[in-house]
Design a protein around this ligand. Sequence first.
Ligand code: DGJ
Length: 713
Amino acid sequence: MVDIIYDASSRCWVLQMETSTYCIELGEDDSSLQHIYWGPRVALVEALEMAHAPKPPVVAFESPTGMSREEYVPWGGMRFNEPSLKVEYADGTRAIEWIFDEYAIERSEVGQTLWLRFRDREYPLVVTLYYRIYDGHDVIERWARLENSGGGGPVTIEQALSADWQLPRRESYRLIYLYGQHMGETQIAEVMLGPGKVVLESRRGATSHQFNPWVALDPDERATEEDGEVWSMALAWSGSWKIVVETTSYGAVQCVGGLNNFDFRYRLDEGAHLDLPVFAGLYSNNGFGGISRKWHAYERERVLPEGPDAVRPVLFNAWEGTMFAVNEQNQMELAEKAAGLGIEIFVVDDGWFGERNSEYAGLGDWTVNPEKFPRGLNPLIARVNALGMRFGLWVEPEMVNPDSDLYRAHPDWVYHFRHRSRTEGRHQLVLNLARSDVRDWMLATLDLLLSEHNIEFIKWDLNRYVSEPGWPDEVGHNPERVWLDHVRNLYWVIDELRRRHPGVAFESCAGGGGRVDLGILSRVEQVWTSDNTDAFDRLRIQEGFGYVYAPRVMMCWVTDCPNFLTRRILSLRYRFHVAMAGALGIGGDLAVWTPQELEEARDLIAVYKRVRPTIQNGLLYRLRLPRAGGAAASQYVARDGSETVVFVWGHSQQFGETQVPLPLCGLEKDMHYADSLNGAIYSGAYLAQKGLPVNLVGDFDSRMVHLVRIAPR
Ligand code: DGJ
């Protein structure tokens, strides 16, 4: 059980979690909150003892406060590190001096929350720091609430980060993070921290393909996949964000993150408050695999919306086959074939609405195109339902093509500055969703679509980032708030749609994986991982994705060969084996698949359905890393240990070499495991020590092995 304890004599709060402990202390004069400990679980007395450890001496040109290890750093006084919070008061004072006010520990059915309130000594700023922990987990959710308590005019917020995580003192730290691009998301970067700051950020108005708001740090490069200490942080925000990992001049390492302060100002009026996004953190001493499994469990149990599906359904999407040329006839034909394969959700992608025959027109006009669907969408939906599938639809509600009725009617609805260009990306502009009229239009339009059709799945896309974020009518009235309010209104629209249409599942897509983060994951069932559907490239994308995000949210399609991007030709089985590592979809043009391919696909989908609870909801072990080259392998173990699924994806065979057996993880040594496909039986000890025999042959060969636990023979 997790627990939060306050010890009055040492003025410490101790957060006891599943396998870790976190300890903080009220600083001298009640004017700061100090970090004491974050690491493996220790007894309460041990945590409290650490608060008595001598503080390092203050060096010249620094102050005791500036050198202390603050949990949240209000800019003011002699502080030079990255501040958590920087404001300007109405009279021009720009320094915060706060004092502790009160705290509470609140218990719920699933965990506990500690909040601590600080107030500025003079000005009407109240800051409440939150720490929430959950039974069975090691994640600490941290965020802050900023309030203007009134009587002193508005408070202008210049930087408002969610939390400052202090790492224990070590010789050095390795920082692991995810970077990428369109068609190449979630690549893994590793750097050794030196003096100075590493700033990871998005200034794009959305999470971004370029960096994902997640980091992991291990001391002295000691962690491996399954061993060693790792601290990891992830931000729940889908707009511009910033994570700063700073090694101070006196050797402390801290990681602070939240809303990006670039081009940002937010006026907090009297009586108003602002809740900052969660910046979650966790500790594991089971290496990178350990943190991944902890993030996955947290997402499954505490982040993802509660939906009707215990597992994600198998989906079909014809985008790569039909592109914009969708019509009732070709979708009907595809639906027949998809149903024959065992598909569970049939999705119509881009092209079904307005004058949307290419990228150039139609975005914003969310009415069914009468040439393509003369009878509307309902006959197709009825057929899809009659075939036993749910119907899903693609939308990109935040965007508008200049060639659209919406833009012709509301040219002022897009972000723009006076006398400046409106730069188009993919021939589209971004609607100013911070505007309440745009927000209300969006909700009404999508609500109508969902009310008039039996749509049970929405793929919500975004195919360019925010540029020229002007709002001419609001000049002088804090138009910079668009960076925040666009995302808040996006969340509001999705939340409201979910409330009105509880049977609809959502997928977050932004030209692939441009909007994947814990914030969007709390309101969608899954995400589109990447527009790159080449199975070999996907291994690297999926590897990085899995460091933080759970396999059940990772939508993976099997598409046609040669791949449209890489021209690579891979066997259908290999493509399936890569896509089966997450939530499976088929994105190929079934109209051109041969009867043999359709039969093989049907069989593999049936196998996937049998094993998907273990893949989607089990424990992931990365046995051989794709980025290491050679054959890659992953293993999934059911949480009750009853079965395990192994994928091995070969690269190329040279000199007639054979693979060494693959030692497995997470099995019981005294039990036996039967291969459900060929009947072979192994002991757990054998699989852990000697390893699973895998004989891949040639190039891009692959295997899936499904082992079921049985009593020892
Ligand atoms: C980008 C998405 O990632 C694709 O899957 C597809 O939906 C296109 N947009 C449609 O325009």
